[in-house]
Design a protein. Sequence first.
Length: 172
Amino acid sequence: MTLRFVLDPYLTPQLRDEIVALWTDVSNAGGAVGFVAPVTPQDVRPTATAAFAAVEEGHDRLLVGFDGDRPAAMLLLTSNRFALKEHWRTVKRVMMRPDLQGHGYGAALMREAERVARLLGWEALHLTVRAGLGTERFYEGLGYKEVGRLPGALRVGPGDHRDEIHMWRALD
């Protein structure tokens, strides 16, 4: 299978629902995409709706990887909304359908994000990861470097604070 990537697809009500379902599934599988399991689509929808609005307003960009007509992966390229930082973007909400993990599609999604970023004239990408999951190794393999961390910045549960790891990828 090969994913078909679409930048800023038209957000029909059906696609919105499918992305919310993907986001819910990824969260419930342990993905660090803004929630701690268990979550329902109703929990995810307000955050997704705000993300969709930022895309529709032109601030952020949505990259979706489709398996046929169904979204299988997605990420957001978010603006810093600050003139001195317009040359780079933050990658947020990187998700892959749980049953498709381990086949290289996540790396393909990130490579496509880098390709798009270069085409749009951006010089670097930034992302954060939740410590304790090992995802920083995935991003290191794609050329991202840890540039800092905020100790205990993420409270994922009572008494469970995780570092927020900041990573950077120059697009030279």
